[in-house]
Design a protein around this ligand. Sequence first.
Ligand code: SF4
Ligand code: SF4
Ligand code: FES
Length: 350
Amino acid sequence: MGTKRHFRVWRGDSAGGDIEDFDVEVNEGEVVLDIIHRLQATQTPDLACRWNCKAGKCGSCSMEINGKPRLGCMTRMSTFEEDETVTITPLRTFPVIRDLVTDVSFNYDKARETPAFAPPPGVAPGDYRMQQVDVERSQEFRKCIECFLCQNTCHVVRDHEENKAAFSGPRYFIRAAELDMHPLDDRTDRKEYAQSHQGMGLCNITKCCTEVCPEHIKITDNAIIPMKERVVDRRYDPLVWLGRKIFRRDQLDGDGENMAPSSSVGVTDVAKGAPFTTNRGPEGPEVREDGRMDVTEVTLPTQGGPSPFGDQQFPLPSGRVAYQPPAPQYGVHDDGQDGDHGTDGHHQGH
Ligand code: SF4
Ligand code: SF4
Ligand code: FES
């Protein structure tokens, strides 16, 4: 036999809305998504909410529960006090479509902007084999279910629509790191690209993204920090600077022929016996004639703010919940065309 519990659910659309109160039956073992389904079945048949798997694997049911970005299907009702009011609001970083459904196409635009996997020319899929040792570092990032909770949490874009054009967000920093660590990826500029084009310089390592990741991916420690450190190493390491002064480029970098990728021990059967060519070019940005290097990271105008947690009191006063962000500006690409803001088939469900 269940108990009656008090729920507050934000309802509305892009024109605005408000929090509505409900008393709903809750049974042992249920999760927040169960309660939303019961609301749909008994009181609010038109309450909009995305979900697909109810197993924490599709990444569809992202929402904010008592102000914290969570998956509805993985948040057990037993984690709340018996008499605690549970407030459910849509993801705050993305424009609301209706009720708990937001338009997350910002993330798909950023996915398109991320440079794709770039294997060496002449190596076709199936022509190479990788061993576990080659994929261990980047395998963690493949667990991402694209729930976008990390994107929603990051203070760089949460409540800062103006930063979206310049910031890809933590989900795409781990994608960049994953490809950078891939032994067959031929691009050598992923770290610099992340810094200069994907806005990694705006990240001040608050670790809020790591805190909310339902897959427990160590976004900051294992992806962002190594990427940032290696950009800094290349730019500011005095030995690298000295080496470049003393040796010629060809003495430092080799000609690329038969150079193994970072952990070549696992790469076998490359292109049916053809020599492996990485075509890796000179590493990192140049030291200028005056011996100095660009300091893009430390001169960026936007400073990090406080953690998004702790700035909310629950239940929310309804006046504070007004989801009317400005029209997205981030979808304009280099070719001047607007991005595709249509819904993506990955996150469908009601
Ligand atoms: S560490 Fe903080 S600033 Fe950096 S991406 Fe994660 S949430 Fe954003
Ligand atoms: S990194 Fe984690 S929080 Fe971010 S989209 Fe992937 S699974 Fe979700
Ligand atoms: S329904 Fe929650 S992650 Fe799939």
